[in-house]
Design a protein around this ligand. Structure first.
Ligand code: NAD
Length: 214
């Protein structure tokens, strides 16, 4: 995997840095010589994901819920907002927490970036396309989301986060970006979280192929 960064960052704040994707991001940033502050409440992340990082120079853990105002010990030049329940099992168990991470959490992470003059990146999702009527989806497609459907807490939280990020850039000139991740798999993903591609194998007797989630 090529983990080369496009430029050298001095200090990155990674919200959700103890999660599956976030912990790999923290590692890649540290490997590139960037100091990292991981902000995580461990609502879905695991302490063991970052145990090795705690020993590394330049790594700081702030245990906090990003939906509440939070501070870090020095200004960042990069803020990666990845804090959010992401698997169906988690966001259905934590519906309000999920909506707050996408709304209040995004607002707080944007405020941190803006105040520091930092680059901000929102981790969004292909779920913003809902049940898409276009395949494959490109970035000009607006999606097909049921605002009161079973996955709406996640889909709409991410859509609101994207709208807030766009408005912040338009209104205040904050340097922002949005990345819509599709299914991502790899080490540190939990054994059962509702997203594993168990459907790559043909179903055995009595087994059903699970619905695919993004
Ligand atoms: N993995 C994927 O396939 C995928 C696909 C699309 C989007 N994403 C996005 O990427 C990000 C990371 O996903 P992941 O798969 O690593 O999930 P994950 O559950 O492993 O990691 C999320 C992390 O955020 C933390 N967190 C959640 N709410 C928080 C809050 N309010 N305050 C502080 N920390 C909080 C959790 O404790 C966890 O460590 C999420 O924003 C998710 O929506 C992931």
């Amino acid at each position: 995997m090529n983990t080369a960064l496009p430029r050298r960052w001095e200090h990155a704040v990674v919200t959700g840095g103890a999660g599956f994707v976030g912990s790999h991001l923290c590692t890649a940033l540290l490997d590139a010589g960037t100091a990292v502050t991981c902000v995580d409440d461990f609502s879905t992340g695991r302490p063991e994901n970052i145990t090795a990082l705690l020993e590394r120079p330049g790594f700081t853990l702030v245990q906090a819920n990003v939906s509440d105002p939070f501070t870090v010990d020095r200004p960042p030049d990069l803020v990666l907002h990845f804090a959010s329940p992401a698997s169906p099992a988690d966001y259905l168990r934590l519906p309000l927490h999920t909506m707050e991470a996408g709304s209040l959490g995004t607002r707080n992470a944007l405020a941190l970036a803006h105040g520091a003059g930092a680059r901000f990146l929102l981790a969004s999702t292909s779920e913003v396309y809902g049940d898409p009527q276009q395949h494959p989806q490109n970035e000009r497609y607006w999606g097909n989301v049921n605002p009161v459907g079973p996955r709406s807490v996640y889909d709409e939280a991410k859509r609101f986060g994207e709208a807030l990020t766009t408005a912040q850039a338009d209104a205040h000139g904050t340097d922002t970006g949005i990345v819509r991740l599709f299914n991502t798999y790899g080490p540190r993903m939990r054994g059962y979280d509702g997203r594993r591609r168990t459907d790559v194998h043909p179903p055995g007797p009595g087994r059903r192929v699970p619905h695919r989630h993004r």
